[in-house]
Write a protein that binds this ligand. Structure first.
Ligand code: FA5
Length: 344
């Protein structure tokens, strides 16, 4: 029996040493050490031996098994090294080549504009606040002097979720929220950048767009404060030589109301394609907070007055960066976005 074990062992060692690939080595392991392997089969025959012979044979077989295991492990290491060397040879990695460039994302032009506006207004003592995009009819319209059925609601074709809830059509909704949330009814100085939604879609209108709202409430706030603030705002965003033109307009939550045009920064006001030869570009709505709005949201209009404005951020970004179609801002095309990849 011992001779048989030795014979199997020698045969196995030969096969192990001749193995040229991992699979051949594995085949040898199964053939000799596997469940039905040659040495395992010998162990199974021990039942027919005398009690004295059994431990002797057991130890011979176990010794042979561990010798084969060691041989397999050693051969495995050799084959692994050989395979790695072969791979390195065939891949021919040139370590002197420059590493492939990691593409870095860049800030979206809208994010840049929002951050620029926030920095400016924070430096003037404003707070940046936000409100829900899924808004109630009450805050989006009713508390802004636009009761149900008011004809001015037609100017904002809105996405209603239910008769009471809609995707907010204007950040002005946060005017009412800020006034209601202020329990002491103390002065307010806020800007509200955020997403707004209307049923519109063309090169200059998107169903989802961004606005920034401004609201100041204090004692003795006048049109002069509104005008001065908007001049600082627009000159900061569009250039020091920007002029403003206030045109009387109508918004139910401000009285008087103005639409504000800025002098065309492309032609300096002479007239060009961008400003449709008028020299002016319409940019925002504004006005003096309507006494009804103050009253409805808990402020006494005999003590307090205020101004508010709301501008489309997308349009501002389009003018600032010369973008011709609003849909480019929402297309997620990296070729477009990469153009704004600056170091800041
Ligand atoms: C308003 O939304 C008022 N809430 C602004 C306001 C605030 C007036 C405070 C008075 C006091 P208007 O509907 O004009 O106004 O929209 C304001 C700006 O949002 C527009 O000048 C335009 O720049 C932008 N805007 C409006 N609709 C769209 C749209 N579909 N896509 C992109 N920008 C839009």
């Amino acid at each position: 029996m011992e001779e048989k074990v030795n014979q199997i062992k020698e045969e196995a060692l030969k096969e192990i040493s001749n193995a040229k690939a991992m699979q051949e080595l594995e085949n040898a392991r199964i053939k000799y050490l596997g469940k039905k392997g040659a040495l395992t089969e010998i162990l199974k025959m021990m039942g027919g031996l005398s009690p004295e012979e059994r431990p002797v044979l057991g130890s011979i077989v176990n010794k042979a098994k561990s010798e084969l295991e060691v041989a397999i492990q050693e051969k495995e290491e050799i084959l692994e090294k050989e395979e790695l060397a072969k791979k390195l040879e065939s891949e021919k990695i040139d370590v002197s080549l420059p590493a492939s460039k990691i593409t870095r994302g860049s800030k979206h032009p809208l994010t840049r504009v929002i951050e620029e506006i926030e920095d400016l207004f924070v430096s003037m003592g404003y707070d940046v606040v936000s409100g829900p995009e899924l808004e109630t009819d009450e805050y989006c319209f009713e508390r802004l002097n636009l009761p149900k059925g008011h004809p001015a609601r037609d100017m904002q074709d809105s996405f209603y979720i239910s008769p009471e809830y809609l995707l907010r059509a204007q950040t002005s909704a946060v005017q009412a929220r800020a006034m209601m949330a202020n329990e002491e009814k103390s002065p307010i100085r806020i800007i509200v950048p955020g997403k707004t939604y209307r049923r519109e879609d063309d090169a200059t209108h998107s169903h989802q767009f961004n606005q920034v709202e401004g609201l100041v409430i204090d004692k003795n706030i006048s049109f002069a404060d509104l005008k001065g603030t908007l001049e600082i705002f627009m000159r900061h965003m569009l250039g020091e030589n920007t002029n403003l033109r206030f045109r009387p307009s109508y918004f139910p939550f401000t009285e008087p109301s103005y639409e504000v045009d800025v002098s065309c920064f492309k032609c300096g006001g002479k007239g060009c394609n961008l400003c449709k030869q008028t020299g002016w570009i319409e940019l925002l709505g504004s006005g003096i907070v309507h006494p009804n709005v103050l009253r409805m949201n808990g402020y006494d209009p005999d003590i307090y007055s205020g101004f508010a404005f709301g501008t489309g951020l997308d349009r501002l970004a389009m003018f600032k960066y010369g973008i011709t179609d609003i849909r480019l801002l929402y297309g997620n095309d990296v070729r477009f976005l990469n153009q704004f990849d600056r170091k800041d």
